[in-house]
Design a protein around this ligand. Sequence first.
Ligand code: EPU
Length: 421
Amino acid sequence: MDKFVIRGGKKLLGEIEISGAKNASLALMPASLLATGTSILENTPELNDVYTMMKLLNHLGVESTFQNHQLKLNTEKIISKEAPYEHVKKMRASVYVLGPLLTKFGFAKVSLPGGCAWGPRPINLHIEGFKKMGAQIDLNEGYIIAKAKRLSGAKITFDVSSVGATGNIIMAAVLAKGMTVINNAAMEPEISNLIEFLIGMGAKIHGITTSKLEIEGVDELKPTKIRTIPDRIEAGTILIAAAITKGKVTLKNMPNRYIESVLAKLEDSGCKILVSNDILQIDGVNNGINSSNVTTAIYPGFPTDMQAQWTAYMSVAEGVSTVTDTIYLDRFKHVPELVRLGADIIVNENSAVIRGVKKLTGAKVMSTDLRASASLVLAGLAAEGITEVLRVYHLDRGYQRIEEKLRKLGADIERVEGKEY
Ligand code: EPU
């Protein structure tokens, strides 16, 4: 379990390239199961979650090669339709194999994901959707056992917009018999990336980027190639790293349309944002950072995956701000750790009330989950003195060597390898 040692107070300056999106890769990889042969995923990030998904696919019989961010997945020799607990417990996105296995092979056995570091994350919408499509679903000894001769198209209206349920049902519907209509579908860019991939395979999907999807099932799909979109959450995290250190950073390959809600809030806080072609530049505030309230929402709203990072940023802003999470009501594990660094934050139900402080002071803090860890790194970059962020394996799940990227921008951050952190 490595740790980061950060000597805060350095302005971040320079240019950086953003890696491929974790949450796109985690949908694209299992989607490769839908076509027999070798699909190629370009711009795949080197992340622990990607390796976890790769191991799960390998367990099913998929052969993988991964070089220079190009991931080749050969699905010719599938030997198992079961996602065991050992894989799923490490990463909830493993549940994405359910739709492809069920629709392609008529059977899937997938461990129920169980709890999460920050509250309940049910998968009832996935299960109800498959049932509507004619699947027989049993829950037995912690596993979902799903069977269907061939799934049938259905009209599915989600009560809540869910990225995972949308992705899983799309993947099931592309090979089902007849038309599936999904109302209140998630519109996140990672879902559009998945749809693009499936269309490339020969799927018939209408409504990409909208909340109503119409999917006409086909008998067979062919393997294809897709480029993974850049990671908007990594981009947002780096932008806040620039803002919190009052630096100036250029992102070379980040389409601003994916993170408009974050850019608007950064401008509100006083940063200057410059957009031209695919280049995105942030120039941090010279004097005081304005406080700016945030409420998370489904895309294109402010992402819940940026909530912890924004909380860290607002902890050194002027005045009082609130950060409310409407997607995950309990996602505030970073707060007590930010308080250890000198932040003044009180959590009230699903809102954090943040009273900006003049300065944060370095301390040892503990990562509890991916985005919480990112917020601690951001706070450490701004804090006076030395911050040690323990258990950075959480960060390695979703950020590709973030310390190297931050160092390239002038941060004083190093990874210390060890067992005891
Ligand atoms: N929900 C249900 N029932 C379901 C599914 C979801 O009630 O069957 C609720 C959830 O409890 C939540 C809301 O719907 O309140 C949205 O959850 P969603 O299903 O969209 O989340 P997810 O698919 O499990 C993905 C990302 C998360 C990100 C959320 C929200 C992947 C692999 N994960 O999770 O990413 O927070 O969407 O945008 O795409 C992260 O990267 O740090 C991360 C946690």
